[in-house]
Ligand binder design. Sequence first.
Ligand SMILES: [Zn+2]
Ligand SMILES: [Zn+2]
Length: 284
Amino acid sequence: MRAVVFNGPFDVKVVTKPTPRIREPTDAILKASSTALCGSDLRYYRGHQKATPGFVCGHETVEHIVALGDSVKNHQIGDHVVVPFSTSCGGCFYCNQGESSRCLKAALLGCITPTFSLDGGQAECLLVTNVTSSLVKALSMIAEDLLVLMAGVFPTGYFAASRFLKNLPEKQQEDTVAVVLGCGPVGICAIASALHFTNNKAKVFAVDSIPERLEAAKKLGAIPINLLDNPIEKIKEASSGRGADVVMEVVGHVDALAPSAKFLVWECTMNRSASQALLSTRKM
Ligand SMILES: [Zn+2]
Ligand SMILES: [Zn+2]
């Protein structure tokens, strides 16, 4: 099969590799339907993050099942499935809490470290383990180009927003000031989710330095602020001086974490909201 392999910064190649085979009765072999790039792929490609060369890239992928291990009963050959960026066992402490992305036996797809990782989805075929609890059947009502966002991009933004904005009482929905720092694809999904969870009542600020991204955020109903245009003052004004109630740091880099806390902490004290921001970031 052909696959996109990472050889080092700015060096990926399409190579021919052996097609993967079932190794365990809980495995599946999948055939690519759609795959997408993610900011995480760009980080190691650009050399911003160290990565061990030799793996197949990609963890945003939609596939068809072409072979199944004997113990898999909830999927069929031919099923169209979304593959989350990490597998989950379905039985550990975190899986039982519904936090499958923290699974103690997770394997990451197309990952920078060889331990606990599987080759990624930018290949004609893909081996996935623990498929009973890992694969998600695709809904036919969702177009393929949107479906590929369901692997990692949309859920990352959705769950960041849901952690603090889901099921808020109506009054609290109106009073909430939320900030999304970073308006790339995940940030846009976080904004859409934040507005969804608050019935478009919360003030959702979108902070970025790229005008096109701010425009996309505005179209969804967020209040755009250029990063260079004093966002701290604007958010402080919008929240009667208290700061944002929730900050979602969606840049995905540790350097963005400290600035995100500044939207919340006005007098050098770590308030409740700052803790929420840090928790929200960790959750993602
Ligand atoms: Zn991703
Ligand atoms: Zn687990």
